[in-house]
Design a protein around this ligand. Structure first.
Ligand SMILES: Cc1cc2nc3c(=O)[nH]c(=O)nc-3n(C[C@H](O)[C@H](O)[C@H](O)COP(=O)(O)OP(=O)(O)OC[C@H]3O[C@@H](n4cnc5c(N)ncnc54)[C@H](O)[C@@H]3O)c2cc1C
Length: 475
């Protein structure tokens, strides 16, 4: 029986291992799958804690439904009935001169569909509004090479849109520096709108018309989804399906590439494992350490992918501690505001069942590339900083009834300018290794649906390889 070792028990590795078991079932061709996870738990930044009636998300709290791979996986696992949409309020706020201010209706990460709500909003100065208003008249960029989010937004929408809206909204996703992050790798849609329609605003309008026509025919899901009992449901279902294939606290220490017998060898603290194929779903620097001895160029390329660290602080309050009920799911904080948090969200308003009646569960994000210094602080200091900011921004001075800090060190890959070229180079080098595939957030999308797709594509590649070797030995 052919053996596959999957390295890494984050969502990409779990999705890869599960897909391999599905393929084996579909083709009635049994294979052995072993999933190695270095730490004590599966799921990486998916970590739900149930405490005193609260459903606390320490890391990922939802996923986007426009990308189908997470919903499809949930359906195949039989847990799609557990999916829940976000609550009523769709508003997002941004901190503007110390106050929570609504992101203008129809504003889409870096550009508006309609100018009117932006013109009425206090977020941009008159000068900033005029600069944004001329975007549809600006010539399309001729150069084809990648550029940073900051360069793109400043060129099309002006510096103020970057500092007041695009930077905090993008930082909320990538915890990165827009002057470093690649527009093509992080927000390709906007670069495509420019090249296709000649203007981002005109492009957004055209796309909105098409989507309105589509959703009139009945959209099934809300934009963001989670699971009734928290994101852990997905990891638990995968763990249950994979059963004995999983080995926790068993890191791959080194990899030996196949010699004449075409077998990979994976050394672990608990002994060596032989495999016909490998899916490596560890972070890029961890993957680099594993391939270093036989593919130094691949290791060098993998090490060029940088990572940022972040922390979340969950805090639960009595509803009566809030002078006003928050009217949004969350808010983002521009770096220009000089505060100690990068975003905040009201988990129990975003999804039902996250807090007992009469309580609000919220969480703030700290750290990221632009606030690295926050990661040097101890947990108590992070809680104190979170409380200070919540008091200043929301007027909540009471002590929280519950707090929980989670640290995510070097957890978020930073897709720098040129990332897609680097990934193509990595994929070409990896493809030369027989029966070896890479997967995970480091390459073509950091969100959970993208990571799931990446794991499944790696499983498909490894399956095709195994199939071809079986055909060769039969011939
Ligand atoms: C705080 C935070 C919040 C987020 N929120 C969201 C969100 O709401 N929605 C969303 O879509 N995305 C979110 N993301 C992004 C998303 O969660 C991640 O991109 C995704 O979970 C990464 O999955 P992965 O499998 O690629 O990597 P990881 O989860 O990092 O998994 C890699 C695994 O490999 C293991 N490993 C490493 N080396 C070895 C080795 N040698 N041997 C064995 N095991 C090894 C590690 O221990 C780890 O478990 C968030 C990320 C963070 C950090």
């Amino acid at each position: 029986m052919k053996q596959v070792v999957v390295i890494g028990g984050g969502i990409a590795g779990l999705a890869a291992a599960y897909r391999l078991t599905e393929l084996a079932r579909e083709h009635n061709q049994p294979i052995g799958v072993t999933l190695l996870e270095r730490s004590r738990r599966l799921g990486g930044p998916i970590q739900t804690v149930h405490e005193d009636g609260f459903v606390i998300e320490c890391g990922a709290d939802s996923f986007i439904s426009e990308k189908p791979w997470a919903v499809e996986l949930a359906r195949r696992l039989g847990i799609d009935s557990e999916l829940i949409p976000t609550g009523e309020s769709r508003r997002t706020m941004v901190v503007c001169r110390g106050r929570l201010t609504e992101v203008p209706q129809g504003f889409n990460l870096m550009a508006p569909v309609n100018l009117m709500p932006v013109l009425r909003s206090p977020i941009l100065s008159l000068r900033g509004k005029l600069r944004l208003a001329i975007e549809p008249m600006l010539p399309r960029r001729v150069a084809a090479e990648d550029e940073s989010i900051a360069a793109f937004v400043t060129r099309r929408m002006g510096r103020e849109v970057l500092e007041r809206l695009a930077q905090p909204l993008a930082a909320g996703i990538y915890t990165g520096d827009p002057a470093v992050l690649s527009i093509e790798a992080t927000l390709p849609r906007f670069a495509e709108l420019e090249s296709h329609y000649g203007s981002v605003i005109r492009g957004l309008k055209a796309v909105q018309k098409k989507t309105a026509a589509r959703s009139a025919s009945g959209a099934r899901w809300s934009l963001f989804l989670s699971f009734r009992h928290g994101m852990r449901t997905l990891v638990d279902a995968l763990a249950h399906a994979l059963g004995n294939s999983i080995r926790l606290e068993t890191g791959a220490q080194s990899l030996i590439a196949p010699a004449a017998d075409a077998k990979w060898r994976v050394r672990t603290g608990a002994g060596a494992i032989e495999a016909d194929a490998i899916v490596c779903a560890a972070r890029a620097p961890d993957a680099a350490a594993l391939v270093e001895s036989f593919e130094a160029d691949l290791a060098r390329s993998l090490r060029r992918i940088g990572y940022s660290s972040a922390a979340t602080v969950n805090l639960a309050y009595k509803m009566s501690d809030f002078p006003r009920m928050p009217q949004c799911f969350g808010f983002v904080v521009p770096a220009a505001e000089g505060r100690e948090i990068i975003a905040g969200s009201f988990s129990s308003l975003k999804f039902p069942g996250r807090a007992p009646d009469g309580f609000i569960l919220m969480r703030v994000f700290m750290g990221g590339v632009l606030q690295r210094r926050m990661m040097e602080r101890g947990d108590e200091q992070l809680i104190a900083a979170a409380r200070h900011e919540i008091a200043a921004l929301l007027g909540v001075n009471a002590a929280p009834i519950l707090t929980r800090v989670a640290r995510w060190s070097d957890s978020m890959p930073q897709y720098a300018v040129g990332h897609l070229n680097l990934v193509s180079e990595i994929e070409q080098r990896a493809a030369k290794l027989s029966g070896f595939a890479l997967a995970g957030a480091a390459y073509r999308g950091v969100g959970l649906p993208d990571c799931i797709r990446s794991g499944e594509q790696a499983a498909d590649a490894v399956w095709s390889y195994l199939h071809s070797t079986l055909r060769q030995s039969a011939a």
